[in-house]
Design a protein around this ligand. Structure first.
Ligand SMILES: C[S@@+](CC[C@H](N)C(=O)[O-])C[C@H]1O[C@@H](n2cnc3c(N)ncnc32)[C@H](O)[C@@H]1O
Length: 319
């Protein structure tokens, strides 16, 4: 059975109390069904609607959750379309929407997906490479088709890579010399070539890490998708419902924090707790991937969220 060790499971479950009152939960990033499995196992009345744009993840999640058959459904779509749930006949709103952003271990450890600087594979990085989205650019298309300025911006904006310009210039010079980047190895080699050894030593981590992150975010349009999904999530919540957003890098966390603050100013709910929750030391020790995780929780107001709005208004109408 393929697994992904879910991050901050206890913290997620604590935030969902009282468990017997949990109804529909939208798992926007179903992955291999790790969080969903715990939710279904602990919240007797929970029904999970799980989104994933990755066909392999959906298949594995279906198998991993099979013992909860009838209590979950899997949706093959980008979570940016989450808002569509509110159009379902009889939709009464979700108790919670969970985001566990980024990629799963399964995606990273399969070299042919091209996500990892550690394995050797084609420069793809599309989470969804299905027929319908086949027109979407791969990492290779971006690397071999963008100008120095465009590449610099991608590496800076999405990877916060200090040496963005130098790496972008190296890529374009290689291309002009007739050498196109084909594989993850080609890209790692190029980054190692253009960055002097003392610079690489100071980077604290693999010298290609931030460039790979930046490309993945660009290929999958992750920041725009997240912004749309957060707005949609607020609309599908029931009054008093919660959004739980777990991010692994500052760009995503900033987006979540800013959205929650804006909503609070608009009076539609509040962040609770005020600050991000981080994993315990024990969890970081046992699952290194959790070290950068930040979980933020937004609780919508009883009166003002999505559909509940209308339901409340009807109840309050004078008879
Ligand atoms: C970190 S994993 C989630 C792991 C999951 N919580 C678990 O415990 O198994 C993130 C998952 O979200 C999916 N994903 C990322 N961005 C997405 C998007 N915009 N729409 C739909 N799925 C997305 C990825 O394909 C991946 O399977």
């Amino acid at each position: 059975m393929k697994e992904h060790v879910p991050v901050m499971v206890n913290e997620v479950l604590e935030a969902l109390r009282p468990w017997e009152e949990v109804g529909t939960v939208v798992d926007a990033t179903l992955g291999l069904g790790g969080h969903s499995g715990y939710i279904l196992g602990n919240c007797a009345n929970a029904y999970v609607i799980g989104f994933d744009q990755d066909p392999f993840a959906r298949e594995v999640a279906g198998t991993n959750l099979s013992r909860y058959s009838g209590r979950f459904e899997v949706i093959a779509d980008n979570f940016r379309h989450i808002e569509k749930l509110a159009e379902r006949p009889g939709w009464t709103g979700a108790s919670a929407v969970l985001f566990d952003l980024g990629v799963s271990n399964m995606q990273i450890t399969e070299p042919e997906r091209g996500f990892s600087f550690q394995g050797s594979g084609p420069l793809d990085m599309r989470m969804d490479a299905s027929e319908e989205t086949n027109s979407r650019m791969t990492a290779k298309d971006i690397l071999n088709g963008s100008s120095v300025k465009e590449l610099t911006e991608i590496f800076r904006k999405y990877g916060e890579e200090e040496h963005a310009y130098r790496i972008a210039l190296g890529i374009v010079r290689k291309r002009e010399a007739g050498e196109l980047l084909e594989t993850t190895d080609d890209l790692v080699r190029l980054i190692r070539e253009v960055l002097p050894a003392p610079v690489q030593r100071k980077m604290g981590g693999h010298p290609a890490r931030k460039v790979f992150q930046a490309l993945r975010i660009a290929v999958n349009d992750e920041i725009n998708a997240l912004e749309e999904a957060l707005d949609g999530a607020l609309k599908v919540l029931k009054p008093g419902g919660k959004i739980l957003a777990m991010s692994y890098h500052s760009l995503e966390d900033r987006m979540v924090k800013t959205k929650f603050r804006e909503w609070e100013e608009q009076g539609v709910g509040r962040s609770s707790p005020r600050k991000a929750i981080t994993p315990s030391e024990e969890e970081i020790e046992s699952n290194n991937k959790s070290r950068s995780a930040k979980l933020r929780i937004f609780v919508s107001d009883k009166e003002t969220s999505g559909k509940g709005d209308k339901a409340d208004a009807i109840h309050r109408m004078p008879t």
